[in-house]
Design a protein around this ligand. Structure first.
Ligand SMILES: Cc1cc2nc3c(=O)[nH]c(=O)nc-3n(C[C@H](O)[C@H](O)[C@H](O)COP(=O)(O)OP(=O)(O)OC[C@H]3O[C@@H](n4cnc5c(N)ncnc54)[C@H](O)[C@@H]3O)c2cc1C
Length: 365
């Protein structure tokens, strides 16, 4: 290009900062999120946003000859399993910008308090757009700062939201400095954890048939829409790893195949985080109880009812633990446990003790 008199410069559009630019006092990478975020906030993005002031580069006058995309028959038809995915997302830059504007105009003030509620639409749902490069974190950062500067949103809400965008940057930093992140636990002793080989259990988890409604609703949301709420991702991941003792890599592989926002850095770092073997990980002994998690974050059961229509008529009292409902309540709700909806595939209290025993084994090894 130089020969043609054109000067070309490249910039990283997929991150606010290159991984090696956010460094500790001694010049190394961060292993803990909070100081990473503090530094990123201080140094800010690498540059100001070009868009929307960038000039358009004229393309060719005539489109080159090509096949019609529809002729390739890439979309599934029999059955059209992508139908609901298509209804939920508008791929492309315009779809991404609309999503950001909608979020900043309507939801961001509820974000801090409401981002853990899967029954509400309080998060941005920008993840697939970020994963496909349809919007950059710099666009998100700039638009959020502009809103904050204009007094349209609270500083607290804006910074909470941007701190989550920074978790993405942190995951990229972890992947950059640990190229085995997708396969190997960062805490090496976890490679010796006594995992179970349980193909049937894995299948039940993938299909949303574990008998724990919040887990099953999450897995069905994933299958139907290609996305799952973050709180529920944590619950289903904890269930697979700690209740079922199935290696986190199996869960990451399923997410990789089914998520519309599948992202190697975020997916690997998050699975390691839940498993307790990653950087700045949640402690291994924090084992989510799927019934109490359901009651806390989906208090009326609306999320469960949306994705598990077979439990639609079950009263709120039993929605997160159908096996506790008396027979007449189940009958009135048209539920036959073991037929229309499974009994729990595992007893959570037993599973919890078993997981902790495994942890003690590797801790003392
Ligand atoms: C087991 C597990 C696997 C995950 N796999 C992925 C994945 O493959 N791809 C992916 O993009 N996210 C993944 N996440 C992180 C998170 O669940 C999603 O980014 C978030 O739910 C996307 O929804 P949103 O855009 O509405 O998020 P918002 O809450 O609106 O956040 C805005 C953006 O910040 C980033 N972000 C938010 N939370 C996190 C987080 N915990 N870690 C990293 N980045 C975050 C995302 O880019 C997100 O789009 C995973 C989390 C868990 C627990």
């Amino acid at each position: 290009m130089k020969g043609a008199g054109v000067n070309v410069e490249t910039f990283n559009g997929s991150l606010l900062r290159e991984p090696w630019e956010v460094k500790t006092g001694s010049g190394g990478p961060y292993r803990v999120f909070t100081p990473f975020w503090k530094t990123l906030k201080e140094i800010g993005p690498a540059r100001a946003q070009l868009w929307p002031n960038s000039r358009k580069i004229a393309g060719p006058q005539k489109n080159p000859k090509s096949d019609k995309l529809s002729d390739w028959g890439l979309l599934p038809t029999k059955p059209n399993w992508a139908n609901e995915i298509a209804q939920n997302w508008t791929p492309g830059e315009q779809g991404a910008r609309d999503r950001l504007n909608h979020f900043l105009n309507n939801n961001i003030d509820d974000y801090s308090a409401g981002r853990d509620r899967p029954d509400k639409e309080f998060t941005s749902k920008l993840s697939p757009h970020l994963a496909f490069g349809e919007i950059s974190p710099l666009q998100i950062w700039t638009a959020t700062y502009d809103k904050m500067a204009g007094g349209n949103i609270s500083d607290e809400a804006a910074m909470k939201f941007l701190s989550e965008v920074a978790w993405r940057e942190f995951s990229y930093s972890l992947l950059f400095f640990n190229e085995n992140l997708p396969e190997k636990p960062l805490r090496e002793n976890f490679a010796d954890y006594p995992w179970r080989d349980d193909p049937e259990g894995l299948k039940a988890w993938q299909l949303g048939l574990t008998g724990y409604p919040i887990v099953d609703a999450g897995m069905r949301q994933l299958w139907r829409t290609g996305w799952m709420h973050n709180r529920v991702r944590m619950i289903v991941a904890s269930f697979l790893i700690k209740d079922q003792l199935i290696p986190w890599q199996e869960g990451a592989a399923w997410f990789w195949d089914t998520l519309v926002d599948a992202d190697l850095a975020n997916n690997s770092a998050s699975w390691q985080w839940v498993a307790g073997c990653g950087a700045d990980a949640s402690p291994y002994f924090r084992i989510f109880n799927p019934v109490t998690q359901g009651g806390k974050f989906d208090p009326d059961g609306d999320y469960v009812r949306e994705f598990l229509p077979e439990l639609k008529k079950l009263p709120k009292k039993y929605i997160h633990a159908p096996w506790k409902a008396p027979e007449d309540v189940l009958q009135a709700a048209d539920i036959k446990l073991g037929k229309t909806y499974p009994f729990p595939i595992i007893d959570h209290a037993m599973a919890r003790e078993r997981a902790l025993e495994g942890y003690n084994e590797i801790r003392s090894a």
